[in-house]
Write a protein of this length. Structure first.
Ligand code: ZN
Length: 644
């Protein structure tokens, strides 16, 4: 029997939520597996992180050409201003500075719109800002959106991004049409690493972002650390990939970029992995230019082992599932998911960051060589822990009793993750259709029913002693946290995301409503789930966890039957009866209670620092240090990685 050790990476007495301003919250994440790395692995991660941090200025400059000069002004004022550093105007200035640091520029990181300080221009000037910088900050006409969403005018001219200069959309499109090779099965990502301008003769040309080109200073430091990393890589494959990446940075050759990606995607064995380059094209109105991004991560060994344990026992789960044996797969294979923990986020992935990675982007490489798809565990956890620390939070507002809250705090994040693993690794792959039944028989109800099937598989097995036996669940209490929060959310809390008067239409939300509502109604006679009202507030409370498990099993059997037999009418009836309509009274209540919490809709992160520990002039270890001050980290990076 495997032993169940750390099932919760929450560090005691560690503050996750660091700062809140405007519509933003800043969070810290921890790196649980760091101490298990060898010195060589730590050195590898250290140099990859340095290579990431040296790209920071590139992302700022790409977002808009005035951002770097503005940032230098903000840094100078925050570090050196000797006048009164308090009062309404100063506070407004500091909030503005934090917003700029969070967005890597003057445009909202998500909404794309330019935002403005609430202190006056006169005040900002009195702090020491130049007229040029003040124009950049206060001009309401120019640079309105980072990526323009206009439909009637030139989105290239209107976008503030620093990808094009003095060219129209038409000219850019003409240019790329003229250089792209038609019918190439292996097309390079034309325009990924260049700025498009006109030369002295008025001809459209590309200026590459490379060593000796634009961003030379930053890229030379990136190369220096990539080369140092290559020296201590975990494998020949990693070393080869880094060599190709360096060559690409030296030459700007997009063929090298593709070669690099092919080598990078092959390396699935390493503990440490990274992203470094011009990656996502969402910021470009024409969807070509890659925003610079850095990411360093280590494999979450425990979480990855968990998914391996599940998938290698896939047949046991299939054979014991509560569905009619005719609908079970005689031979089933589980999928094992890879889980990672971030060590360093940078550029377009910092401070706001994705919780999953799916790269490379080139379609032909994905098709011929595959892609890496991973979830970032410590980032997801940090969001959860930070939300619990917030004085006003969803749990305190919508959980009925202290007992329920304690259960959630102790097991919630972990049991939810195990549920997700069961859903992804086993749920979707389980079951079979009867001969002659079409896989498209469920029509427009198929996504909702399929998600419900996978969720129910996870919910049913969450509570199974087999998971404790496999060392996946710590005990027979942990699943209760998942049951309570699933019901609370599915029947009630999740509707804070739906406009009042609108029906529930999104497939995942429908599936959760279907399951929670069905169990609420079917278990009514036994009071399995009880609707309670206290001080005018409604709560949904699970009274009988074992009976609820029975209901999950029953509904799983029914939905599997519907799918296996292709019973469209029954599938339709389930969705339309239980998933679509939202009780208008409850809907109004949840929206009001949610609004009153005034939660910050956007979150982002502070990086831990990887600090070399020296003894006798030699590095003997690399230690992780956790910074707890957002501005301090930003100012520190400004000094240490100033390239532009
Ligand atoms: Zn799914």
């Amino acid at each position: 029997m495997a032993s169940c050790t750390v099932k919760n990476d929450k560090v005691e007495n560690f503050r996750y939520l660091i700062d809140e301003f405007a519509d933003i919250k800043v969070i810290r994440y921890t790196v649980p597996g760091w101490d298990k790395l060898s010195l060589r692995q730590k050195e590898y991660a250290y140099h990859l992180s340095e290579a990431a941090k040296w790209g920071r200025d590139i992302a700022w400059d790409q977002n808009c050409s005035g951002n770097i000069a503005l940032r230098h002004t903000l840094e100078d004022i925050l570090e050196n201003y000797k006048g009164e550093r308090s009062g309404e105007q100063w506070d407004a200035f500091v909030v503005y500075a934090k917003r700029v640091f969070f967005a890597n520029g003057v445009h909202h990181h998500y909404a794309e719109d330019k935002f403005f300080p609430e202190c006056s221009r006169e005040y900002f000037r009195s702090l020491g800002a130049s007229e040029e910088v003040l124009d950049y900050v206060y001009d309401t006409e120019k640079w309105q959106q980072r990526r323009s969403t206009a439909t009637d005018r030139d989105i290239v001219a209107l976008s503030a991004v620093n990808f094009y200069e003095g060219v129209t959309r038409e000219e850019v499109e003409e240019y790329y049409k003229s250089i792209e090779v038609k019918g190439d099965p292996h097309p390079v990502s034309y325009g990924l690493n260049t700025k498009v301008v006109k030369n002295a003769e008025g001809k459209v040309i590309e200026l590459p972002w490379k060593l000796g080109g634009i961003y030379d200073a930053a890229i030379s430091h990136i190369i220096e650390h990539l080369e140092a990393a290559a020296e201590v890589a975990e494998s020949e494959s990693q070393k080869k990939a880094l060599g190709l990446l360096v060559e690409y940075y030296r030459t700007g050759d997009l063929r090298k970029w593709d070669e690099y990606n092919i080598e990078w995607v092959k390396d699935t064995e390493g503990t440490i992995d990274y992203i470094n380059g011009f990656i996502e094209d969402y910021n470009d109105p024409l969807g070509r230019k890659g925003a610079w991004e850095g990411h360093v991560n280590i494999k979450d060994v425990e979480a990855s082992e968990r998914t391996v344990a599940l998938s290698s026992n896939a047949q046991w789960f299939e054979d014991h599932s509560p569905v009619d044996p005719r609908f079970r797969k005689p031979e089933v294979k589980g999928v094992s998911a890879k889980v990672i923990d971030a060590v360093c986020l940078m550029g377009d992935a910092y401070p706001s960051t994705p919780i999953g990675i799916n790269l490379p982007n080139a379609d032909w490489i994905r098709k011929e060589y595959g892609s890496k798809s991973v979830t970032i565990s410590n980032i997801t956890h940090a969001y959860t822990y930070a939300a619990q620390e917030s004085p006003r939070n969803l749990l305190d507002e919508f959980a009925y009793s202290e007992e329920e809250k304690e259960l959630e705090k102790k097991y919630g994040a972990y049991s939810n993750e195990v549920h997700t693993d069961l859903h992804e690794c086993l749920g979707h792959g389980s079951g079979q259709l009867l001969p002659g039944v079409s896989s498209t028989a469920m029509g427009e109800y198929s996504s909702t029913l399929e998600e419900a099937r996978a969720d129910l598989f996870g919910l049913y097995y969450c509570a199974d002693p087999k998971l404790v036996e496999l060392g996946i669940m710590p005990d027979l209490e942990a699943y209760k946290a998942q049951y309570s929060s699933y019901i609370r959310n599915g029947i009630f809390v999740q509707f804070n995301r739906v406009e009042l008067g609108r029906p529930n239409t999104e497939a995942h939300m429908q599936n959760r409503k279907l399951i929670a509502q069905w169990c609420y109604e079917k278990g009514a006679a036994d009071n399995v789930i009880e609707k309670k009202v206290r001080d005018g507030k409604t709560y949904f409370v699970v009274n009988d966890y074992e009976k609820l498990r029975g209901l999950f099993g029953e509904l799983l059997a029914e939905i599997q039957r519907i799918k296996s037999e292709g019973d469209y009418e029954a599938g339709k009836a389930l969705v339309e009866t239980y998933a679509v309509n939202i009780d208008p009274v409850l809907h109004k209540e949840v929206l009001e209670r949610y609004a009153a919490l005034e939660l910050k809709p956007y979150g982002g992160f502070i990086n831990p620092e990887i600090v070399p520990v020296k003894r006798g002039g030699k590095v003997v270890d690399y230690r992780i240090e956790y910074c707890d001050d957002f501005l301090k980290q930003q100012l520190d990076y400004g000094k240490r990685y100033r390239a532009l």
